[in-house]
Design a protein around this ligand. Structure first.
Ligand code: UD1
Length: 416
């Protein structure tokens, strides 16, 4: 099992290019099965979750080729509609394939995803919406199975603006009969990216980025070429790390409008931020101001995926901060590990009270989940002494090469 070894305390300076967005690549890869044609997707990071999605496509009968960060998917020979349990367990978000496979094959079968390290993560909103589209959904013996002769346009109101459910409805309905309207849709940039790709394939969708998305079903889609948007959560993680370590870092391949809420909080902590056309520069003088209350919210609110790196940052603030997690119910597991490094964090339910400390100290810690693991890396880079992080495979689900990126900025970090 590999580990990350970090000799902390180095000031960070320099520039790094941000990878393509994992959360865009996954639904876009699911969309490629909607046509019997070839699609080319640029900007696909080499991640465990992306290779799991590629394996799913191959299981369905697609031929997939990777050249650098470009994936070419030939979906002419889709022959299977059943997903093996092992793949479903490797990546919870494979549920996004349910709508796409059903639209292409008229049926799908996969094991129900179950809970994960950050919460229960039910799929009730996905299932209710697919049923409203006229899809028969059976949940038996730990499996979710769908059947549909025709997918029918519908008016769907989501009780919560779920990202995955919004994507599943878009994927299932764009080949359906008539018009589908999603009310209270998720507004994340990855939803707009999926709309852009589907429209390039010939779909008729508008409204992504707002809370009402309208899909006019079409008879057939064709292959398309697309470059995914930059990963706003990777950018937020690196900005936090720069803020904690001091110095001046520049990120390229980032759309600063996607991280407005993150930039606003960073400015409140005292960071100097310059937004450029395709990048962003953060200057830190080493002083970090606390934040009274930081609440995670659906986009354009502060992202739950950036919550853990910000807890690491606020641990070094000159005062007390409170973080309230409103999206997932179990997303503070990493706090115990940060405390082993010297943080002072008390968690009660969905709130964490963070009393600022002078410094982190290097320690042996374990990543419990993807973003919590990234927070440990950020803390390790800022810590006095040496940090060893186990559970690197969880971090690699979302960061292509966190050690190379931070090393480029001057951190002393390597994978062992
Ligand atoms: C996506 C992102 C994830 C991010 C999250 C919230 C991907 C691959 N993952 O996850 O990184 O943290 O959005 O921004 O894009 N819920 C239900 N029933 C459902 C579906 C969701 O109760 O059927 C609840 C969830 O348990 C959670 C909340 O809704 O509490 C938000 O979940 P959702 O927006 O669906 O997140 P994901 O799409 O799973």
């Amino acid at each position: 099992m590999s580990k990350l070894l970090i000799k902390g305390g180095k000031t960070l300076n320099g520039s790094v290019r941000v990878q393509g967005a994992k959360n865009s690549v996954l639904p876009i890869l699911a969309a490629t099965v909607l046509c019997d044609d070839i699609s080319t997707i640029h900007g696909c990071p080499q991640l465990r979750d992306v290779s799991a999605a590629v394996k799913i496509l191959e299981c369905l009968g697609c031929r997939v080729k990777r050249e650098g960060d470009t994936l070419t998917v030939d979906a002419k020979c889709v022959s299977a509609a059943d997903l093996p349990d092992s793949l479903m367990r490797r990546m919870r978000s494979s549920i996004t394939f349910l709508g796409a496979i059903t639209a292409r094959c008229g049926r799908a079968k996969m094991c129900s995803p179950g809970g994960c390290e950050i919460g229960i993560r039910p799929i009730d909103l996905h299932i209710k919406a697919l049923r409203e589209l006229g899809i028969r959904v059976y949940e038996t013996g730990g499996y979710t199975e769908t059947e549909a002769d025709r997918i029918k346009g519908a008016d769907i109101h989501l009780d919560f603006p779920s990202v995955g459910a919004t994507e599943n409805i878009m994927l299932a309905s764009c080949l359906g009969d008539g018009k589908t309207t999603i009310w209270n849709a998720a507004k994340e940039p990855e939803i707009s990216d999926l709309q852009d790709f589907l429209c390039k394939m010939g779909a008729k969708i508008k409204g992504a980025g707002s809370d009402v998305i309208v899909i006019d079903g079409v008879k057939k889609l064709h292959g398309a070429e697309h470059r995914v948007i930059p990963d706003r959560i990777v950018a937020a993680t690196y900005l936090c790390t720069g803020a904690m370590c001091g110095g001046e870092i520049n990120l390229t391949n980032i759309c600063s409008t996607h991280i407005k809420s993150v930039i606003s909080v960073l400015k409140d902590t005292g960071m100097i931020i310059k937004e450029e056309k395709d990048g962003i520069t953060l200057k830190s003088n080493g002083r970090i101001l606390p934040i009274d209350i930081l609440r995670t919210m659906p986009y354009p609110g502060f992202p739950t995926d950036a919550q853990a790196p910000f807890a690491a940052l606020l641990s070094l603030a000159e005062g007390t901060s409170v973080i309230v997690e409103n999206i997932f119910e179990n997303r503070f597991k990493y706090c115990g590990e940060l405390c082993r490094m010297g943080a002072d964090i008390k968690v009660s339910g969905r709130a964490a009270v963070i009393r600022g400390v002078k410094r982190f100290y290097g320690a042996c810690v374990t990543a419990m989940d993807l973003r919590g693991g990234a927070a440990l890396v950020a803390a390790g880079a800022a810590a006095h002494g040496e940090t060893q992080i186990d559970g690197v495979n969880l971090i690699e689900r979302g960061y292509e090469s966190i050690e190379d990126d931070l090393a480029k900025l001057g951190a002393d970090i390597k994978k062992d």
